[in-house]
Design a protein around this ligand. Structure first.
Ligand code: BES
Ligand code: MN
Ligand code: ZN
Length: 479
């Protein structure tokens, strides 16, 4: 979809469909055809209720009157949702150019959110379908306001496009999106943007770096693992080095502790953390945000084989900690442990890791919120602020020595899994906690939010959850 900002009136933009929003207690600001749209409102066919739609035709164009509800409640999330709703109807009506008439007195964040909602809702993943359900889609989006909005429109387009690219990586099946292919995507990205450098290491290097936990997971698969390391240096960057660490298990069978067959195909999404880190760094670089970022992505499959790690195996992580692998399906924390140590060894001063880490977080939060854990209250607040602004929701859960005690080992320093089902997401976070020392660190368990969230704008398949959050966090760090 081609996207433009303009100060021209919607009717002058060549759009065949124009979306006109109306808040509670307000009327149509710029009417057409002698008050047609206002008449629809007065007669009750169009309504101001949030997400209500009515369609009218005038002057050879289509108008969609969109209810925006209470102005005071209209946050950026509502803007995304309503943009997705309007986009859906416009698409059904075979729109080729959609123009949003921005309601008066909306700020830049809302304008950006309208663009995000539209671009995310327009996303389709049908490259493997010989007969896609629908054809084409909207070719062009124009956003019209009385004042110049080129900046926020272009910014939002970059962020939403990055989120859609993360969704492409998520949705691509594991037979194609191997660790090597993910590294290939990192190479592509480096060529597309400026300020990013890349180092990719294979399994031999991973072992040689002392990453015994990561290596133990990688062993079981014929696909070569990859440690993907990106560095972004923005213009005039002064602040702390932000490390973004992603779990990229391109398929999680569980390994020798194999998973049940039911819905195992969803384990192609187990690379979501890595995909999100990669594409978020791409967006940060396209936007040339004035910060420094280190991306560390641990990419591997988790497979059973004659080479696979066995329950009971003891491995040594890069910081010397020994781990008894009680359950080979608790592989994400093994990969992340070494990636976190690697990030710290390379100067990380703030860390965020993203991982589809536990089924328990899905039980807790469903698909709405990611779980947040942090060893630093200020850093946790920074994530909460970025979450509120981006609409990527999260909720903090505790770290506590009681939970840390639960992963103490008998044969090794720690175990990778407890033998009961108590607080499984929290004990997983405590496991990671062992590897970050005092560096301000936040862990996001995105197992529930990574795919099939049911959100109106990115609800089916990979969601790209976290891209908007990370870019917003980076934007705030650069201020
Ligand atoms: N990738 C899974 C977590 C997951 C489960 C993500 C369901 C999305 C949906 C992770 O590697 C895993 O298998 N976790 C285990 C840990 C357990 C063995 C301690 C889990 O949560 O069951
Ligand atoms: Mn697993
Ligand atoms: Zn996993």
């Amino acid at each position: 979809m081609q996207i433009e900002a303009t100060t021209q009136a919607p009717a002058q933009t060549g759009a065949d469909t124009i979306a006109v929003g109306v808040f509670d207690g307000e009327d149509i600001a710029h009417d057409v055809a002698d008050g047609l749209l206002q008449r629809l409102l007065d007669q009750g066919e169009a309504r101001r209720a949030f997400r209500h739609l009515a369609v009218a035709h005038a002057d050879g164009r289509r108008y969609i009157v969109v209810g925006l509800g209470d102005r005071a409640r209209f946050d950026t999330e509502r803007a995304r949702v309503v943009a997705a709703t309007a986009h859906g109807r416009a698409r059904e009506l075979a729109t080729s150019t959609l123009c949003w008439e921005v309601p008066h007195h909306l700020d830049d964040a809302h304008v950006g959110a309208l663009v995000e909602g539209t671009v995310l809702a327009a996303y389709r993943f049908d490259r493997y379908r010989n007969h896609p359900d629908d054809d084409g889609g909207i070719e062009r989006l124009v956003v019209s306001a009385h004042h110049p909005i080129d900046g926020p429109v272009a910014y939002a387009e970059v962020v939403a496009a990055a989120q859609n690219r993360a969704r492409d990586l998520q949705n691509t099946p594991s037979n194609e999106l191997t660790p090597e292919r993910l590294a290939h995507r990192a190479h592509e990205l480096v060529a597309e943007v400026s300020g990013v450098t890349l180092e990719v290491r294979g399994e031999e290097d991973i072992a040689a770096l002392g990453m015994g936990a990561f290596a133990a997971v990688a062993r079981g698969s014929h696909e070569e693992a990859r440690l993907i390391e990106l560095r972004y240096e923005g213009p005039d960057a002064t602040g702390p080095l932000l490390a973004l660490v992603g779990k990229a298990v391109t398929f999680d069978s569980g390994g020798i502790s194999i998973k049940p067959a039911m819905r195992m195909s969803e384990m192609k999404f187990d690379m979501s953390g890595g995909a999100v880190v990669l594409e978020a760094i791409g967006a940060i670089a396209r936007l040339q945000l004035p910060i420094r970022v280190l991306g560390v992505i641990g990419a591997t499959e988790n497979m059973p084989s004659g080479h696979a790690a066995r329950p009971g195996d003891i491995v040594r992580a890069a910081n010397g900690t020994t781990i008894e692998i009680v359950n080979t399906d608790a592989e994400g924390r093994l990969v992340l442990a070494d990636c976190l140590v690697h990030a710290i060894n390379h100067g990380a001063e703030r860390i965020v890791d993203l991982a589809t880490l536990t089924g328990a977080v899905v039980t807790t939060f469903g698909s709405s919120h990611a779980g947040l854990w942090a060893n630093d209250d200020e850093w946790a607040r920074a994530l909460e602020a970025a979450s509120a602004a981006s609409g990527d929701l999260l909720w903090r859960l505790p770290l506590h020595s009681d939970y840390a005690d639960a992963i103490k080992g008998r044969y090794a320093d720690i175990v990778n899994s407890t033998e009961n089902r108590k607080a499984a997401s929290i004990t997983a976070a405590e496991f990671l906690h062992r590897f970050v020392g005092d560096v301000p660190w936040a862990h996001l368990d995105i197992a529930g939010t990574a795919n099939d969230t049911g959100r109106s704008y990115a609800g089916s398949g990979g969601s790209g959850y976290g891209v908007r959050l990370l870019v917003e966090l980076a934007r705030r760090l650069g201020q």
